[in-house]
Design a protein around this ligand. Structure first.
Ligand code: FAD
Ligand code: NAP
Ligand code: MG
Length: 464
């Protein structure tokens, strides 16, 4: 039997049907569309629908089957970077929407775009929804993975065997929740950003946010936009440093709480109605044994992943999307295309020691990065490296990097208006449209309002 015939008897398991898992399915679909024989693919998704983070859940805590809620997104969440920086190069925004849209769409619009691409294939039939991956083991002799699964709908546990396993379970779901002395005596709401579902409940309230990254920045803005009385951001290492409007300020880290009063490192103190920990997330893989588990904090180059995807000790185990992200959907695609070619036995991996050297080279450079611009350049070069190795349609990464840098400057210039800026697609050359309403005045994040809000009611097509 030659290799091609052999391939159809191989089985690939994918954990998660978010943008990364869907990219993996799409990569194989692209080959199948050309008439090629591909292995059998099964994707397990614990939620009832695809989209990962973009599949909004109003729930917090646990879902209807008692599983931890994956989603960390909230009502009124808009893209926090230009959509031109994440565009699929094999499925443009023009392909999907048929008209220019603005550079910063709200969540339902990006969900629609993600879903639009995958709906063009039969991918849905590969996905087992409401199915949680409970445990994975690897057998050295058979060189196969055994995956233990819970079918949540019928409350049944079963197992399946795979030649390759792709972990695409995301890493912005399990909160990192630090302790501050006295917080147990705080009278108001104490939550993590993971459980934040919208700013409505914080109207007319004084809010304390701990953390100084994207969640702190955006949840702070949301609260401001939707009518909180005051927003205070407390940083550990560095303040975000934007030119904040009156009503948002930054202070050093909380030292402790006494009742509803928070005390800060600079000796100041203030009373608050609620505390939101915007303190990031843990890479958490409760279904993986010690020797297969990726162990990392959130950073641009997690250790032990060759080309950022192949687990070095056992490359049949593939991780997608585990990096901190300037690039998102298009990076997951370039990873998934390369992983596909490896599983199709057309991209050959060097030996473990050589892979180690390559990883070390990236880690070394990662440790020298100082500015956000350095970070952008680093991730750009990483994706260039991957792009050269597969047939994922090339896109102008230098232009995307330039856009990311402009985006960083737009935010510094004016954090309230950066989402009103427009960018040009590197996939189609289309210039983004201007949204009919300034972001600060746009309180409705629905797809209908976004796409047709400024037009007559009767112009809204039936399909909406
Ligand atoms: P996820 O989207 O997290 O998907 C992982 C999937 O795996 C989920 O569907 C989950 O249910 C499933 N899963 C997990 N464990 C199991 C298991 N044991 N068994 C079965 N299934 C499992 N990116 C942007 O580009 N722009 C933005 O504006 C943006 N905003 C964001 C806002 C927030 C609050 C957060 C947290 C992230 C944001 N991101 C944004 C980044 C976002 O994480 C990525 O866009 C993208 O969703 C990552 O895709 P993923 O498939 O790797 O992971
Ligand atoms: P993050 O980028 O990992 O940042 C974590 C923050 O928590 C850092 O500022 C860190 O401070 C701080 N921190 C950690 N432990 C702390 C402690 N013990 N005390 C005080 N501070 C602590 O996580 P994130 O901000 O939640 O972002 C996660 C992802 O969600 C990103 O990809 C982001 O793009 C996305 N997101 C997008 C939007 C949107 O608008 N679309 C909104 C929110 C989030 P140090 O700097 O000191 O380490
Ligand atoms: Mg190429």
């Amino acid at each position: 039997m030659d290799n091609t015939e052999n391939l159809q008897y191989k089985r690939i398991g994918i954990i998660g049907a978010g943008p990364s898992g869907l990219a993996q399915i799409r990569a194989f679909e692209a080959l199948k569309a050309k008439g090629e024989i591909i292995p059998e693919i099964v994707c397990f998704e614990k939620q009832s629908n695809w989209g990962g983070m973009w599949n909004y859940s109003w729930r917090t805590g646990v879902g209807k089957y008692g599983e931890p809620i994956h989603g960390s997104m909230y009502k009124y969440l808009w893209s926090n970077g230009p959509k031109e920086c994440l565009e699929f190069s094999d499925y443009s925004f023009d392909d999907h929407f048929g008209k220019p849209i603005s550079s910063y769409p709200p969540r339902p619009v990006l969900f629609d775009y993600i879903e639009g691409r995958i709906k063009k294939s039969n991918a849905r039939k590969f996905i087992r929804f409401d199915t949680t991956v409970r445990w994975v083991s690897y057998d050295e002799d058979s060189q196969k993975f055994t995956v233990i699964l819970d079918d949540l709908k019928i409350n049944k546990t079963y197992s399946e065997v795979f030649d390759y396993l792709v972990v695409a379970s995301g890493h912005f779901s399990t909160p990192n929740m630090p302790y501050f002395k006295g917080i147990e005596g705080f009278g108001g709401n104490v939550m993590h950003a993971h459980d934040f579902r919208g700013a409505d409940q914080f109207r007319d309230r004084d809010i304390l946010l701990i953390g100084s990254s994207y969640s702190a920045e955006d949840i702070g803005l949301q609260c401001y936009k939707h009518g909180s009385k005051s927003v205070t951001l407390s940083y550990r290492s560095n303040p975000i440093g934007h030119n904040w409007p009156d009503g948002i300020k930054e202070v050093p880290l909380v030292t402790h709480f006494e009742g509803d009063t928070a005390y800060f490192k600079d000796g100041s103190s203030e009373d608050f109605d609620a505390v939101i920990m915007c303190t990031g997330y843990q890479h958490k893989f409760p279904f993986l044994p010690d020797e297969l588990r990726l162990k990392t904090r959130n950073n641009l180059y997690p250790d032990n992943l060759y080309k950022g995807v192949f687990f070095n000790a056992l490359p049949q185990l593939i991780y997608l999307g585990m990096q901190d992200q300037y690039y998102t959907f298009n990076m997951f695609d370039t990873q998934a295309w390369l992983a596909r070619d490896y599983m199709m036995e057309r991209f050959e991996l060097p030996g473990e020691a050589e892979r180690r050297l390559d990883i070390d080279k990236w880690l070394e450079r990662n440790s020298t990065l100082k500015t956000s611009f350095d970070n952008v350049d680093f991730q750009t070069d990483y994706i260039k490296d991957l792009l050269a190795l597969s047939d994922y349609p090339h896109f102008n990464l230098d232009k995307v990097a330039a856009m990311l840098k402009e985006w960083l400057q737009d935010k510094e210039e004016n954090i309230l208006t950066y989402r009103d800026k427009t960018y040009q697609s590197v996939v189609t050359g289309t210039m983004a449209g201007e949204h009919h309403t300034d972001w600060m005045n746009e309180l409705d994040d629905s797809k209908e309002r976004y796409l047709y809000g400024a037009e007559e009611e009767e112009l809204i097509p039936e399909r909406m």
